[in-house]
Design a protein around this ligand. Structure first.
Ligand SMILES: NC(=O)c1ccc[n+]([C@@H]2O[C@H](COP(=O)([O-])OP(=O)(O)OC[C@H]3O[C@@H](n4cnc5c(N)ncnc54)[C@H](OP(=O)(O)O)[C@@H]3O)[C@@H](O)[C@H]2O)c1
Length: 337
């Protein structure tokens, strides 16, 4: 099979496609013929050795794939050969064949095609952990989402709307604002001003109701850095800020006296740890994803699909910050729907 192989950590451009033996499923594992692969910002960090967890090279990176079960190992009960599945692996998805533990494989509803499934799995699960499990969003609350035209952000906007929240989308350009609004955002917060704290305060004040107290109940932050600091300043009494990621490349520090005096909570929302510590959260998330998709309330917003061999061009869209929605790779299997 063909796969992207990381022989040693380095920029995406330093890696290449290699011909490799097909993986073989062990007990409790599923072999998937991969049709589509979802790209995420963390994939780019992982191949550079900049992700918090560093697999030992050589390894095949990639976490999100959709396709057809080719074989299962001993003891597998969740799926059978021939089933259409999506898989959220830790590594191995940038390949024509993937082996994943059965707990990370989910049978696809007929309504969901392979491209949308691969595009949605990590973004939806991440948004669900942030908004529902950790953020505990309630109907009627006002929620600010940063990086709202990116993968996780756009899905968070749709999930929050489906759960009855009012959503403000923080984005850096008019094109991204347009996309966030098209996905249900109720208002836009521009992130391009120099003094972000003052600018966020002024914008959120204009967009929120004085009678209910200016500010947002919940902020979902994927960007970090100055944007995190600005989010902290627009929370209302008992507000919560959920830390999802640091796409700006800057990990901020919160002053705990500010949290204390203003009655605020800052909450971490990691996704992967749920597979080990709270798998019921993942099951609930995938069920909600498939239900919302079936009801036409969840759009994968695929910006572009690239063949596997053009993975460098595909990553360039993400790394250049021009991505709007999701980028998907295809392996060329002809029944890609
Ligand atoms: N908690 C978890 O378990 C988990 C799981 C998956 C992903 N994540 C993290 O969530 C974050 C978002 O992931 P994603 O897949 O949604 O990424 P994405 O599609 O690339 O979107 C990230 C957004 O961040 C904003 N951004 C600000 N500064 C940036 C910069 N210097 N470079 C790139 N983007 C920048 C961009 O929006 P604007 O231009 O509008 O600012 C962009 O749309 C990442 O940090 C990722 O590591 C966390």
């Amino acid at each position: 099979m063909r796969a992207i192989l990381v022989k040693k950590f380095g920029p995406v451009a330093s890696h290449a496609i290699a011909e490799m033996p097909d993986p073989v499923p062990g007990p409790g594992e599923v072999l998937v013929d991969v049709h589509t692969i979802g790209l995420n910002l963390p994939d780019s960090l992982m191949v550079q050795g900049k992700y918090q967890k560093r697999p030992e090279p050589p390894f095949v990176p990639g976490r999100d794939a959709a396709g057809v079960v080719a074989a299962v190992g001993a003891g597998v009960t969740r799926c059978r050969p021939g089933d259409r599945v999506l898989a959220q692996a830790f590594t191995g998805a940038f390949a024509e064949r993937l082996v994943a533990p059965e707990q990370r494989c989910f049978v696809l509803a007929d309504a969901m095609d392979f491209a949308d499934a691969a595009a949605l799995i990590t973004t939806f699960n991440t948004a669900y952990m942030a908004c529902v499990v950790r953020g505990n969003v309630q109907p009627g609350e006002t929620v600010l989402v940063t990086g709202a035209a990116g993968g996780v952000g756009l899905v968070a906007v749709q999930l929050l709307k489906a759960r009855g929240a009012r959503v403000l989308a923080a984005v850096s350009s008019p094109e991204k604002a347009e996309l966030a609004l098209a996905n249900g955002a109720d208002g836009i917060v521009e992130t391009s001003a120099d003094d972000l704290k003052a600018s966020f305060r002024a914008q959120v004040e204009r967009l929120t109701d004085a009678a209910e107290g200016r500010g947002v109940d919940l902020a979902i932050d994927v960007v970090g850095g100055d944007v995190f600091e600005a989010c902290l300043r627009v929370l209302k009494f008992a507000g919560r800020l959920v830390v999802v990621g640091f796409s700006s490349g800057h990990i901020p520090a919160a002053k705990t006296n500010y949290l204390l005096y203003n009655n605020l909570a800052v909450i971490g929302a990691p996704l992967d740890i749920n597979f080990e510590k709270a798998p019921a959260n993942i099951e609930a998330s995938v069920a909600e994803m498939q239900a919302l998709y079936g009801q036409g309330k969840l759009n994968a917003n695929i910006m572009r699909q690239f063949p596997l061999e053009e993975f460098k061009e595909a990553f360039r869209v993400i790394e250049s910050r021009t991505v709007r929605g999701k980028i998907v790779l295809t392996t060329g299997r002809n029944d890609a729907a």
